[in-house]
Design a protein. Structure first.
Ligand SMILES: Nc1nc2c(c(=O)[nH]1)N[C@H]1C(S)=C(S)[C@@H](COP(=O)(O)O)O[C@H]1N2
Ligand SMILES: [Mo]
Length: 333
């Protein structure tokens, strides 16, 4: 299979990011960085671009290795989420176009993310619950029946894909740990170790690491809220947030914390990574809404990404709740 090499012009080019050490103010750094990334990626709106680069074979081998993972043998295809009216992204396209800021600020972090250590993974679940537990990955995969769900995915940066996740509904975990009546929110924390997560420019102390996200308990109990342990029929690649990540398809992609190590039930709305950086631009709720622009760009349409080689996209209208209103609108009535 030909390597899918995402063209430079499609994404933020490395030389558009001023090295962070030149910045003195955290806020201006974030603004320029996020502005550069998002602004650049939105410029070609309306365009379609074929890839021309042939990748190096070492990089092709590394990419294949990163997605050539053990098959998940036993899972059901959930008939309610068996397809959407858009094509599923080709696997290598999805595996090369990621956000995972622990490993850097471009879309090309898939290779750097291979340093994430996933052996003997443990997920600690505690806080306001009757049954606090520490699960290892096998516990999670055997205790909770696995299913495949094909979901739309919509990043706040206005790109989108359709992805075939394998995992289990969050409500299954809720039933196992039994939050107490005091628990109103839940906080999810991603793996973070500054010695390992080596993305350039993201590791000076003032950023609110580790990456954290949160939901209301009712959101976590919703049918759609999902934990993924796999994608495309196999274990989750590191760049997608191995070995366990959140998937909340009616919300912007940043709500889907990757590589989760801790889940804590709490009484108050928990702090989250992007909301702490800029609460005006990244709301806690973060429901996909075409009628509410981000302060710096419209959310009315999206660049729908599905195929390679190279990368092409189509402009599509963004749907309220990313098309999942029938499941979740009642939560926000
Ligand atoms: N720990 C962590 N989780 C994260 C992020 C991140 O930077 N760190 N980025 C988020 C954003 S902005 C998006 S769009 C999705 C991207 O998921 P994908 O790369 O698997 O498509 O991951 C989300 N989860
Ligand atoms: Mo995102």
């Amino acid at each position: 299979m030909a390597l899918i090499r995402i063209p430079e012009s499609w994404e933020i080019s490395e030389n558009q990011i001023t090295p962070p050490r030149l910045y003195y103010s955290r806020r201006s750094f974030i603004k320029s960085l996020v502005g550069a990334g998002i602004g650049a990626s939105l410029l070609p709106l309306g365009g379609c671009q074929a890839g021309s680069n042939i990748g190096k074979s070492s990089s092709e081998t590394a990419l294949e290795k990163s997605i050539n993972l053990p098959e998940i043998k036993s899972f059901n295809k959930n008939p309610n989420f068996a397809k959407v009216n858009r094509p599923i992204a080709e696997e290598k396209v999805a595996a090369q176009y990621n956000n995972f800021y622990e490993y850097g600020g471009t879309k090309k972090i898939w290779l750097d993310a291979q340093s994430l250590p996933t052996e003997n993974w443990k997920v600690e679940v505690g806080g306001l619950v009757k049954n606090p537990r520490t699960y290892d990955l096998d516990d999670l995969k055997t205790k909770f029946p696995l299913e495949e769900r094909i979901y739309r995915f919509r990043c706040v940066e206005a790109w989108s894909m359709v992805l075939p996740w394998i995992g289990f509904p969050m409500k299954a975990l809720l039933a196992d740990v039994e939050p107490t009546a005091k628990a109103k929110y839940v906080s999810f924390t991603s793996f973070y170790d500054p010695e390992i997560t080596t993305g350039p420019g993201f590791h000076f102390g003032s950023l609110p690491w580790p990456y954290r996200e949160g939901l209301r308990i009712e959101e976590m109990a919703n049918e759609l809220a999902f934990f993924a342990v796999g994608i495309y029929g196999h274990d989750l690649p590191k760049q997608h947030g191995a070995p366990l990540r959140m998937v909340t398809p009616w919300k912007y992609g940043f709500k889907g914390a990757k590589s989760i190590v801790r889940i804590e039930f709490v009484a108050e709305q928990p702090a989250t990574y992007w909301n702490t950086i800029d609460s005006n631009e990244y709301k806690f709720e973060a429901n996909v809404n075409p009628n509410v622009p981000h302060p710096r760009w419209s959310q009315a349409t999206e660049k729908f990404i599905s195929k390679g080689p190279g990368l092409s996209w189509e402009i599509k209208e963004t749907l309220p709740y990313n098309g999942y209103g029938e499941y979740v609108a009642g939560l926000y009535a």
